[in-house]
Design a protein around this ligand. Structure first.
Ligand SMILES: [Zn+2]
Length: 437
């Protein structure tokens, strides 16, 4: 029996095809069949009324932490992908800092099997660069590539040894897969729990300077040039990082980068508990461990640089760095708290504030969540072309809602946006033609 869904009267935005128009969209048997200004209801079709709503390709997240195997108390593939679907995502890439790490075939096979059994949406694993993510010896990269990992990363930890990074990038060139590095010089960041600046001084917390990130970005760009490999800079957060990437791109070096929703919308002031900038009203106090994240929330100049560079195409796409933690990991002193924010379910609502303030077009925002990450993956997803998978996100750009982490599907309730009023709400997510949210 064929299944049909007709989405009626929505504003369809598909950056891959340059579509932005009020239209109907028909899905048949999990595939996109047709987009047209008026499609009459086929027999037995389910109807979804999308009047006043935006209909876009399902969002793609290149960087999230699903915590399985090993830390299922923080998140599982099942809860993480359900949270992703609630946030409008139909594809997520799972970081390998699990326990054990995804550094060999059996762990990656386990993740793929669990995803097949429990995930609501598509999951692509990312392989570890080094064994145990210890930075000493390369993993079996080509065997992991055979299983379908979309890249390699020791995320959570940087690859400290430049010679290991050189070797990894050499393999990257052969395998045609990116090396995704969490750039942070350990000795410059040691003991630090937030950005180095006036807030860290005021609060008496050790800060990490922008240079901790930039020195390693510069190194990685140099090594990418040397080897011909592709380096992808995870969660870029400083103005200096962007300047390095811009000039490297201009000379043809294979470097790409991503930015998170929080580095586009929050500053270090959030650690101070000060009004969270644009997310009023909030009355959180200083030393909010939910604002502790790595890389840290930076200053206003850095945030402005992120927005400008995303608009200019220097930053390739948005990725969440969804990092769920348990209450125990966060109900500590600021120093002792784990780094990370639960992002999947607030991503759209927080990013839409940029649109609301006129800092970004909604089409650009959708492009950076769909076709641009799809280009990075080299896969035919993130678009609404006829015959592609029926991965669709439908959201109300004007609906407002207050963030209550207790309502999150994610096990991670750790968000600095608790109590914030956001505008932009996911109404439905379809994956392969099936409504998963
Ligand atoms: Zn990271």
């Amino acid at each position: 029996m064929t299944s049909k869904t007709l989405i009626k009267g929505g504003r369809i935005i598909d950056p891959a095809q340059g579509i932005d128009q009020i239209s109907d969209l028909l899905m048949v048997d999990g595939l996109i069949e047709e987009i047209n200004t008026s499609i009459s209801k086929p027999r037995n079709a389910e109807i979804f009324n999308a009047e006043g709503l935006i209909v876009s390709p399902g969002f793609i997240d290149i960087h999230c932490h699903l915590r399985e195997p090993g830390e299922e108390y923080k998140e599982t593939i099942e809860t993480g992908t359900a949270a992703a679907a609630a946030g409008g995502f139909t594809t997520v890439c799972a970081m390998p800092n699990t326990q054990p790490a995804m550094d060999n075939q059996s762990v990656v096979e386990y993740v793929l099997r669990k995803a097949k059994e429990t995930a609501l949406i598509r999951v692509f694993p990312i392989g570890a660069i080094t064994i145990g993510r210890k930075g000493k010896q390369l993993s079996e990269m080509s065997e992991l590539a055979d299983l379908g990992v979309i890249g390699f990363s020791d995320d959570g930890d940087p690859v400290e040894d430049p010679n290991i990074m050189r070797q990894a990038l050499g393999y990257s060139a052969d395998l045609k897969l990116p090396i995704i590095n969490h750039c942070e010089v350990p000795s410059l960041a040691e003991g630090a729990s937030m950005n180095e600046g006036w807030v860290s001084n005021r609060l008496g917390l050790k800060g990490m300077p922008a240079s901790a990130e930039e020195v390693m970005v510069a190194r990685d760009i140099s090594l990418a040039e040397l080897t011909g490999g592709h380096v992808h800079i995870a969660h870029a957060s400083t103005r200096g990082t962007i300047a390095l990437i811009e000039s490297a791109k201009a000379t043809g070096i294979k470097v790409t980068c991503e930015v998170t929703p929080h580095h586009l919308t929050l500053t270090e002031n959030a650690v101070m508990g000060h009004g969270k900038d644009d997310f009023q009203p909030l009355d959180n106090n200083a030393y909010d461990t939910n604002a502790k994240v790595n890389p840290p929330l930076r200053n206003k100049s850095d945030v402005n640089s992120m927005i400008e560079s995303l608009n200019a195409g220097i930053i390739d796409f948005i990725a969440t760095d969804h990092a769920p933690h348990s209450a125990v990991d966060k109900m500590t002193t600021f120093q002792d708290s784990s780094f990370g924010i639960s992002v999947l379910e607030t991503a759209l609502g927080s990013l839409m504030t940029l649109v609301d303030k006129g800092q970004m077009e909604v089409n650009t925002l959708i492009k950076k969540l769909t076709s641009d990450p799809a280009t990075f993956l080299g896969k035919n997803i993130g678009n609404l072309k006829n015959g592609t998978s029926g991965d669709i996100t439908i959201f109300d750009p004007n609906a407002t809602w207050t963030v209550d982490p207790q309502n999150f599907i994610s096990k991670g309730k750790n968000t600095p946006l608790e109590g914030a009023l956001l505008k932009g709400k996911i109404k439905a997510t379809f994956f392969q033609g099936i409504k998963v949210y």
